[in-house]
Write a protein that binds this ligand. Structure first.
Ligand code: FES
Length: 123
């Protein structure tokens, strides 16, 4: 466990409740990943835009590279070849980090303010 209360990859052993760090390159930002969140969902929650379309692992719009770390996929066979997986390609919409990860997505950028959902004010 880190001083800030977050768990470091490998301490908890399962996805439940654990946070991982997602570093987006070349932007150089580090985001938190919540349990059960895909790379794409974690980026969106942190107001970072990454290319996407189907969000179910078939269209490949979210194709990017895993530079370090480990993933599991939300779907049994995401739209990647074995060779692409071995070469580090991944689909951010269905890729769930199970360790701290570094992901290369040159098209990642801060989401425009108009695209960021803000909580309701309650009135
Ligand atoms: S958004 Fe279509 S495969 Fe990820």
């Amino acid at each position: 466990m880190r001083e800030d209360g977050r768990q470091v990859a490998g301490e908890a052993g399962a996805l439940g409740g654990r946070l991982h760090a997602l570093r987006l390159e070349p932007a150089g930002v580090t985001l938190d990943v919540r349990a059960g969140e895909s790379v794409l969902e974690a980026a969106a929650r942190a107001a970072w835009h990454m290319p996407s379309s189907c969000r179910n692992g078939t269209c490949r719009a979210c194709l990017c590279r895993l530079l370090t770390g480990e993933l599991v996929y939300r779907v049994e066979w995401p739209g990647l070849s074995v060779q692409e997986k071995q070469d580090g390609w991944m689909l951010a919409c269905v890729a769930l980090p199970v360790s701290d990860v570094v992901v290369e997505q040159v098209a990642a950028s801060p989401a425009p303010a108009s695209a960021v959902r803000r909580p309701a004010r309650g009135f």
